[in-house]
Design a protein around this ligand. Structure first.
Ligand SMILES: Nc1ncnc2c1ncn2[C@@H]1O[C@H](COP(=O)(O)OP(=O)(O)OP(=O)(O)O)[C@@H](O)[C@H]1O
Ligand SMILES: [Mg+2]
Length: 257
């Protein structure tokens, strides 16, 4: 099977802090891959590397066979083709929203692509309905609540229907109906040819969200498999800090056998 992304022995540090001390993984074309791991395990860092927003200190990240380097992304043709194909939803929606209104936020990408005004309007209205944010259409994105911002950020990426999606905790900060809606959307993408990489803490929805998963621990792959296999591997989940330790009434915290 062809791979959309191939990550080979990638190292990345923030100054003295080694975030990824050597990661190797593949994202097969048309599959939905979840990245699981405790806070600070390197999920967002890895997504930034896949998004061509940071570059590894050593090792390679390949997108459809092309090594993603700073130099390569400085080539205009490659840059635009990569950005057209790959949509990124950040963990923090504040870094993503910069337009005066929610409508403009959704229209921005399609207008950049040179779509005719009528088509932009129709597509934006359709997306506003789908994401249940029609009532926010004229609001300033930076004055919305956290969950509203998140929904606008997701909508502003989905509006262009990219073939590859990188989603950093898309359901975090969302109320239950909005979470259910995003999970249903991801579930509906199964076997549709779309490639998805999603960082998530949502183990309950994992089977719906992903076809396979990687567990990260301290920036390294601690395990991998299909959602059911990973969810049944309690030792692995404990090691990766993904299950709640069991708390006794006498106050000590220990991990369940
Ligand atoms: N801008 C930064 N400067 C310095 N260190 C950073 C920065 N961003 C992340 N780190 C460090 O890199 C490591 C990986 O962080 P990363 O944000 O990738 O984790 P994460 O798995 O996405 O965590 P979370 O579940 O909290 O979102 C952590 O040790 C973190 O402290
Ligand atoms: Mg993160």
């Amino acid at each position: 099977m062809a791979n959309t992304f191939e990550v080979e022995d990638v190292r990345y540090s923030y100054g003295d802090i080694s975030a990824l001390p050597g990661v190797t993984l593949n994202v097969p074309k048309g599959r939905r891959v979840a990245l699981l791991g405790a806070n600070g395990s390197g999920k967002s860092t890895l997504l930034r590397l896949l998004a061509g927003l940071s570059f590894p200190a050593s090792g390679t990240v390949r997108f459809l066979g092309d090594a993603l380097s700073k130099e390569r992304l400085e080539e205009e043709e490659f840059f635009y083709s990569f950005r057209r194909k790959v949509g990124v939803v950040f963990q923090n929606p504040d870094v993503q929203l910069f337009n005066a209104s929610v409508f403009d936020e959704l229209a921005f990408g399609p207008l950049q692509m040179g779509w005719p005004a009528q088509k932009v309007r129709e597509r934006v209205m359709e997306m506003l309905r789908e994401m249940r944010i029609e009532d926010l259409k004229d609001r300033a994105p930076h004055r919305l609540s956290g969950g509203e911002k998140k929904r606008v950020a997701i909508a502003s990426v989905l509006v262009l229907d990219p073939e590859v999606l990188l989603l950093d905790e898309p359901t975090a900060a969302l109320d239950p109906p909005s979470q259910t809606q995003i999970v249903a959307l991801l579930a509906s993408w199964k076997d549709t040819g779309r490639t998805v990489v999603i960082a998530t803490h949502d183990l309950d929805a994992l089977e719906d969200l992903a076809d396979s998963c990687y567990l990260l621990k301290d920036g390294q792959i601690a395990g991998q498999g299909d959602p059911l296999t990973v969810l049944h591997d309690v030792t692995l989940l404990e090691e990766a800090g993904l299950v709640r330790p069991h708390r006794h009434t006498h106050g000590h915290v220990h991990v369940m056998e």
